[in-house]
Write a protein that binds this ligand. Structure first.
Ligand SMILES: *[C@@H]1O[C@H](CO)[C@@H](O)[C@H](O)[C@H]1NC(C)=O
Ligand SMILES: *[C@@H]1O[C@H](CO)[C@@H](O)[C@H](O)[C@H]1NC(C)=O
Length: 359
């Protein structure tokens, strides 16, 4: 007799677990929603459309909060968007020259969505798909998941992709991107395409922000932004940010602004390397970025032209800066660049750590 109520409890638990399959907080739900993580005066929001980071509220030196990332008020804005605001881009972030590559003797043609080249995974890359919500704890982390299929935008094999955004302490944000090919080797290069403006997303341009990039070399590009394959020193060029310097101080010497991959100093290994320090004098906000990746694309939103964003803000050229840690662009076509090929049984792992302070 004593066992009966217990087994009923067991049935109930099983039912709850089963219903969980259809619950947005559990798995595979394709409903688009927003998810907020917060701790003290630090809060970040995301949507499972494109795994986009939609806002990040940070206190300034007096404790006043501002949203320091560019974006839109509604998910429709992101669906329509051609700027990749806050998106998690892939399967291969950045450009693939000629929209093709060879792997194990086979030629793969990817979607040419940027002239003759592929940009950020093609016209429906990971920044334009609905991710499922895998795990969500508002005080701690959110995990989005996506199953990429064989042939998607031309890439080989099925790949499961997971990104976890997590709060660490009172002022740090961790981003952990993982991907596993299931049946074929494939290139994988994910990147978080946030546009930062530490003054406030609607404060104008980022030219007076100071930046330090702990990277003594770049991978120069041709006029279509495809790497030439060279790796050159920044010494004596406007690309030299080894010491902190205003972004605008030499930008006029470049054709459009900064849009280049930096080779992060030091040896790629298990440890995170300090990559960039950005500071803004009016608000005192400062952001440090650490990563395990070999490169970081520094982009000063050169191509932004009057995009209407949050609260009607009009974002123009130089309104934000991107620091997209990743492998080198077009690695699939350059044997001297670190390989981005991941085999079944291996796991791609990309970690970013942001530390925010005010001085
Ligand atoms: C989408 O883009 C088109 C063309 O750029 C624009 O006219 C329209 O207002 C946009 N819709 C939304 C919801 O932003
Ligand atoms: C690959 O994905 C397709 C489509 O989602 C699925 O039908 C197939 O079973 C998957 N194959 C493997 C080996 O995971």
């Amino acid at each position: 007799m004593a066992k009966k109520p217990l087994s009923l409890v067991g049935v109930y638990v099983v039912m709850v677990l089963l219903s969980c399959v259809n619950n947005s907080l559990c798995k595979e739900d394709k409903k688009i929603q927003t998810y907020k993580l917060s701790r003290g005066s630090f809060s970040v929001t995301f949507t499972n459309y494109g795994a986009v980071m939609t806002s990040l509220l940070l206190p300034d030196r007096h404790g006043k909060q501002d949203d320091v990332v560019l974006g839109f008020d509604s998910v429709d804005g992101y669906k329509n968007d051609t700027t990749y605001f806050g998106a998690l881009v892939g399967r291969v972030a950045n450009r693939i020259g000629g929209a093709q590559f060879k792997l194990n003797g086979q030629l793969y043609k990817t979607d040419p969505n940027d002239g003759h080249n592929t940009l950020h995974g093609g016209s429906k890359g990971f920044g334009d798909v609905i991710w499922s919500i895998h795990n969500y704890v508002p005080t701690s982390h959110v995990t989005f998941k996506y199953n990429s299929f064989d042939g998607e935008e031309g890439f080989p094999g099925n790949v499961t992709v997971k990104v976890t955004y997590m709060l660490i302490g009172e002022n740090k944000l961790g981003v952990k991107m993982e991907a596993k090919p299931l049946n074929k080797p494939t290139p994988i290069n994910l990147a978080l395409h946030t546009y930062w403006n530490l003054h406030s997303h609607n404060s104008g341009d980022i030219l007076s922000h100071k930046i330090q990039l702990l990277a003594g070399k770049i991978t120069p590009v041709d006029d279509k932004l495809i790497p030439t394959g060279e790796i050159t020193s920044v010494t004596g060029t406007p690309y030299d940010f080894l010491e902190p310097r205003e972004i605008g101080s030499r930008i006029h010497e470049l054709p459009g602004g900064y849009d280049i991959n930096y080779v992060i100093d030091g040896t790629v290994g298990k440890h995170l390397r300090k990559t960039a320090v950005v500071s803004e004098a009016v608000t005192g906000r400062k952001m440090e970025l650490w990563t395990n990746q070999p490169g970081v694309q520094f982009y000063t939103s050169n191509l932004l032209t009057r995009v209407v964003g949050k609260g009607g803000a009009v974002y123009k050229k130089y309104a934000g800066l991107c620091l997209e840690t990743q492998g080198f662009p077009d690695s699939v076509n350059h044997k001297n660049f670190p390989s981005q090929i991941v085999n079944p049984g291996e796991t791609y792992l990309h970690v970013m750590l942001f530390r925010f302070t005010a001085y």
